[in-house]
Design a protein. Structure first.
Length: 75
């Protein structure tokens, strides 16, 4: 995909159109890691939050407690 560096205020940047954001599964506010490699190649890698098994278990317990009546009707 060919992109042009654009002047944005006193800086320069790339505009990521909706299709590109969708393909990369990114949205405004997401964090990315930018690396400049030898020869000038630039990689942009999304920072995906990770959840630990303990955090997942805690969230599952909260969900079950919040929706106990629904789960009881479904059982």
């Amino acid at each position: 995909m060919l992109k042009t560096i654009t002047r944005i205020g006193n800086s320069h940047g790339l505009i990521f159109d909706a299709a590109l954001l969708d393909l990369a599964r990114l949205k405004a506010g997401d964090q990315v890691n930018v690396e400049v490699h030898e020869g000038g190649a630039i990689t942009i890698t999304p920072i995906r939050p990770t959840i630990t098994p303990d955090d997942a278990a805690d969230r599952a317990r909260e969900l079950i407690q919040r929706n106990a009546a629904v789960f009881k009707r479904l059982a």
